[in-house]
Design a protein around this ligand. Sequence first.
Ligand code: UD1
Ligand code: MG
Length: 457
Amino acid sequence: MTQSSHAFVILAAGKGSRMLSDRPKVLHQVGSLPLLGHALRSTEPLNPARLIVVAGHGAEAVEAATARLAPAARTVRQTEQLGTAHAVDQARDLLADFDGDVTVLYGDTPFIRTETLERMNAARQDGADVVILGFDTPDPGRYGRLMITDGDRLHRIVEFKDASPEERAVTLCNSGVVMAPAALLFDLIAQVGNANASEEYYLTDIVGLANDRGLTCRAVTCDPAETLGINTRAELAGAEAVFQAARRAELMAAGVTLTAPETVFLSADTRIDPDCVIEPNVVFGPGVTLAPNVTIRSFSHLEGATVASGAVVGPYARLRPGARLSEDTRVGNFVEVKNADLARGVKVNHLSYIGDAEIGPASNIGAGTITCNYDGFLKHKTSIGSEVFIGSNTMLVAPVSIGDGANTGSGSVITRDVPEGALAIARARQDNKPGLATRLRDMLRQKKAALAAEKQE
Ligand code: UD1
Ligand code: MG
């Protein structure tokens, strides 16, 4: 498809009543991305000339999400849901001067593949005036049925509610995806009425209307899995499972080791390079990028993090947004890193919180170290130089900086900057009282014996 030839209209006005949700259906997520985001993404490789989202229920939220997910997209509102043809009609003005093709997608159908849209386009190039995406299934349920005649010509689409028993026996179903030249599409839509079982303006009626004009309609078919639409929470979970299985398979095919693939959860934008090893039970939230040769050990949770080659993370690590780990870093068990740059070779191996920080190359952060970054109102930064040794259980009260090659004594509460090469000790001085422990123990033992004797009397 060329740069200027294609516009997309994504229908997203429906309520999604069966989700039982305050949130518009198209904003429920699969792979940490709203369903609408999946539909928008499927158009990306085709360089859409125009992208229009039809919002209705929860329009404000859908409009805000559209602006975030696809800044180039426009939105229109369908205030009353009078049917799919009426929904597409809302984009008429925005496409009045558009002379390319329009493809209609549904916002709640996240898995249509770009290649499938390419095949529909090929059918258009081949001379079909209207191209419909269909799928054949042994279990056609309540889908609209495609009536094929004269070899491969699509004659009509019959909605389930309006279909005769013979028509219901047809297993070739309508996915909802339609491709047609803009002018023809809106011309046909203008002719659609609502004299049917649902009293709705059916987009599917354009096929019969086009045939009446002697135009050619064809169906391109795809795997039913692609046309999976989401109407319930159970279908959402089913879609999540399908999505996860596909992404895991893609990663493994691209050279990533997933020890127990079914326990690794990915986001739509997760990027993992070859030769990474992902141990069991790892969750990738949005925005994670792993360079080659990274190991993520079991039970780790990553989100908004960038990890360079040779790093080992976990087990039981949490990388939060803005965690940037350079080559050969180590982030071990029960360590949380947020908005922090860890330079090459930094080790934070145990039980630490590193937030709003910068740590220079080859520094070692002892167990139990906390960057105290928040004073209840503002966040403050901790800067740690190169080859620094932070003793176990150091509290770094930000804003604070530790110079190159400095050490902190274990258990220190560091509130002032530490110069380069200095050893900072900020804890109560130790005082040994000779024999006091033995005397104390004797005293307590006698007290316990006296109490026991009293009880017996
Ligand atoms: C539609 C098709 C049917 C097809 C099925 C595939 C029509 C008349 N029927 O039926 O042939 O097999 O999809 O899933 O097109 N929407 C709006 N505004 C409206 C109505 C719908 O934005 O006024 C949106 C919905 O939010 C949804 C999509 O359009 O994303 C489809 O609408 P839906 O009501 O689910 O249509 P179906 O009855 O499933
Ligand atoms: Mg539907």
